[in-house]
Each structure stands twice: as C-alpha cells, then as structure tokens.
Design a protein around this ligand. Structure first.
Ligand code: SIN
Ligand code: FE2
Length: 214
C-alpha cells in the first residue's frame, strides 16, 4: 500500500492501493461474481428513467433502484438469486482501509462504459451512517467529484485510476459525490465482455447498524 492523502475532512485517497497483479486477480473474481449476478440497469425512482451506469452487487445485501425507490435487498432484482459472496480481497481491503469497522454487508459493483456518468448524490440508504464507505476503482480513470454535506458546498475533483481506493467517513460520510466522466482508453485492464473498456467501481458499505457481536 502506498501513502494515503487527505483530500478533505473525512476523505482519504489511497493512490495505487491495489497492485497490478491484485487488480488482475480481482477482475477474475468479479467475472465469477457477474456470471452468477449479471449486470442490471437500475432505474430512477418514480420516473423509471434508466441509469447510464449498470450495476450488480456481492455480499449479503445489494443496492438496487427502480420505480419503487432506492433500497438494499438480499436478492438480485432479475434472477431472484442471493448475491454472491464478496471476493476475499475486498474483505481484506475493508479491514485495511476501514479498520475496526463492523463487517461490510454490501458491495455495489458499478460499471461505467465510456459515456456513463453519475450525478452528485449522497450515500444515505444505509441504516448505519457512521461506518465509512470504501470505494475501489478498476479500469479506465474517472473524474470524481466530492463536496460537503450540502449540495451547494464547493467540490473537489480528483482522478480515480485503476487500483486507487477512496474512503469517506466521519464528517464526510454524507458528502455529495459523483462521477463527471470516464477517460476512455486510459487503462487496458478490462478487455473482455461483460467488462470490456470502461470502468468498474466497487463500493463497500455497512448497511445495518451493528450489534456488539459483529
Ligand atoms: C457511487 O457513488 O456509487 C460510485 C462512485 C464512483 O463510481 O466512484
Ligand atoms: Fe455513492
């Protein structure tokens, strides 16, 4: 692990957190996850407008969105099957980057093709809004933007490259953040469908409030 950089209060950037071989191994593990839990296209609450990002999940709970709203659920919205287990390297990342936090329950897998983006939003569908969010990037570099807890707060932009990790917690747990754009062709990591070009972001989260046992 290389050095960590404080980006804003509560936001820590770990450039090159995953080595090239670790990134390759993680992509292999994610391909197995995606065979069991294929990407789905989430839709906006009420309007049903499709997201430009495709999604899947691993772990006990997965984040989904459709006309009925945003929520976590234990099964894939299209196959009805439980989400696959989290690859071990993700659990290790959690232990290293969010030490002393209760175990993560959800890992959202976002896939951005080179035209996808994600508008500024807060991660606030969790009952636990104390445990940090750990995010890992693979594939093409993205321009990420993070601000404060009000949509009007000034934002900071940074480029998230393949292997980079970002942790937001404490005063930044409810910070607004999003992806402005993906820099096409900036990585060669993803070269076979369903991961061909573009970018993967993995977001690990605690969802339920932990009891003392876990
Ligand atoms: C997200 O906020 O769900 C994704 C952020 C990212 O893609 O880096
Ligand atoms: Fe988010």
């Amino acid at each position: 692990m290389t050095g960590a950089l404080a980006i804003r209060d509560g936001v820590t950037y770990h450039p090159g957190y995953l080595s090239a071989p670790e990134q390759g191994d993680l992509v292999i593990a994610l391909r197995a996850v995606l065979r069991e839990a294929p990407f789905f296209t989430p839709r906006m609450p009420r309007t049903g407008k499709p997201f430009s990002v495709r999604m899947s999940n691993c772990g006990e709970l997965g984040w989904v969105s459709d006309e009925r709203g945003y929520r976590y659920q234990p099964a894939h919205p299209e196959t009805g099957q439980p989400w696959p287990a989290m690859p071990k390297r993700l659990l290790q990342a959690w232990q290293e980057l969010a030490p002393a936090s209760p175990v993560p329950e959800a890992c959202l897998i976002n896939f951005y093709d080179t035209s996808a983006r994600m508008g500024l939003h807060q991660d606030r569908d969790e009952d636990d809004l104390v445990t940090p969010v750990v995010s890992l990037s693979l594939g093409d570099t993205a321009v990420f933007r993070i601000g404060g807890t009000s949509r009007r707060d000034p934002t900071t932009s940074l480029k998230l490259a393949s292997g980079d990790a970002l942790v937001f917690g404490g005063p930044a747990r409810l910070a607004f953040h999003g992806i402005d754009r993906v820099l096409a062709g900036s990585s060669t990591l993803l070269h076979e469908p369903p991961l061909a070009g573009g970018r993967i972001n993995l977001t690990l989260r605690r969802v339920t409030r932990a009891t003392v046992e876990n």
